[in-house]
Design a protein around this ligand. Structure first.
Ligand code: ADP
Ligand code: MG
Length: 317
């Protein structure tokens, strides 16, 4: 019989299964990183993410360098979302015999381009698919730590970049659109070259008026729900305030597509999604207010999109 679990119900099953093992003052499953005491008021954050050929990337479409850099960026994005700075990473790779030395050197040059300390890892063969698992560690002082659970009614909801380019890039790849078209090639580049918003995460971490934060990996429609459930509140979103790049606007206009389909339910933007009390954030980088946190009706933590809206974020199964 096929797997009946959904991605989130399987994670929830794992969390429940292990809930009998005392965790002390360690924050375990449920946020972008787990959080452990480190030294003095410093906390250690730990996250792991895997990239599987055919599931997360098409080996003949992304360059080896881009794949190496992206493997790091998707993990460091979770470190950034806690308000933490990276301490180091481990790299585990299952390598098929169809990859040659030049490919691996380029891949590792991409990993190295992150400039983060390599702590170790594991290397094994794979029957056919290249599989990469990175674990990232970071440090944050306890007063700068941002969790998904800190949102408060009245908070403004922000993101740190335009949304949807990466998902539209994936659409271009899947539909084999002409990469000589400048917009198509820019969107594909956005999908292949995400950057972790590390400096933004640190700056937002240092602001007491920022109450909750996470990164957007599955699409804001799905990821915001994690903040709402963890914080016990609901949200009202202003669809006209969702930041959309000129490139995505042009691309969608010329093909009669709705950019919101990419910007709300498409994944892999790796923008930071955060909530903060009303007031001047005084930041030296752009942020975009997309809505506000409102009271929930009972136990139901919902997003009011201001109309009919049924896009969902990405889940694996
Ligand atoms: P993110 O998109 O931020 O990487 P995920 O959606 O992958 O987060 O995971 C959500 C939470 O579930 C995280 O706290 C993560 O550590 C935990 N998690 C995911 N998969 C597993 C697993 N197989 N075993 C234990 N915890 C898991
Ligand atoms: Mg995350």
């Amino acid at each position: 019989m096929a797997l009946q679990f959904g991605e989130f119900s399987l994670i929830s099953y794992i969390k429940d299964l292990f809930s009998d093992i005392p965790s002390g003052d360690i924050l375990t499953i449920g946020d972008d990183c787990s959080v452990l005491p480190y030294s003095g008021d410093q906390l250690l954050v730990v996250t792991t993410d895997m990239l599987v050929e055919g599931v997360h990337f098409l080996r003949d479409r992304i360059s080896a360098f881009e794949l190496g850099a992206k493997s790091l960026a998707v993990n460091l994005s979770d470190v950034a979302s806690m308000g933490a700075s990276p301490l180091g990473v481990t790299l585990s790779i299952a390598v098929p015999s169809t990859l040659d030395d030049d490919y691996m050197k380029e891949f590792l040059r991409g990993v190295h381009s992150s400039g983060v300390l390599m702590l170790g890892g594991d290397t094994t063969s794979s029957l056919d698919r290249f599989t990469i698992s990175v674990t990232a560690l970071g440090l944050v002082s306890s007063d700068c730590l941002k969790l998904r659970s800190g949102a408060r009614v009245g908070d403004r909801i922000y993101v740190t970049s335009a949304l949807g380019d990466s998902a539209a890039g994936l659409y271009c790849l899947i539909n084999d659109l002409d990469s000589d078209d400048l917009d198509v090639s820019s969107l594909i580049a956005a999908h292949h070259n995400p950057s972790a918003h590390l400096s933004q995460g640190l700056a937002l971490g240092s602001l007491p008026m920022v109450h909750s934060m996470m990164d957007i990996s599955d699409g804001v429609a799905s990821d915001l729900v994690h903040i709402l459930e963890a914080s016990g509140c609901s949200a009202r979103i202003d669809l006209s305030a969702i930041p959309i790049s000129d490139c995505l606007s042009r691309f969608c206009r010329s093909r009669d597509l709705d950019p919101l389909r990419f910007s709300l339910s498409g994944g892999e933007d790796y923008s930071l999604l955060f909530t903060a009390s009303d007031g001047d954030l005084a930041l030296d980088f752009p942020v975009f207010q997309i809505g506000e946190i409102v009271e929930s009706c009972g136990n139901c933590h919902k997003i009011d999109w201001g109309g009919e809206f049924d896009f969902r974020g990405f889940t694996h199964f």
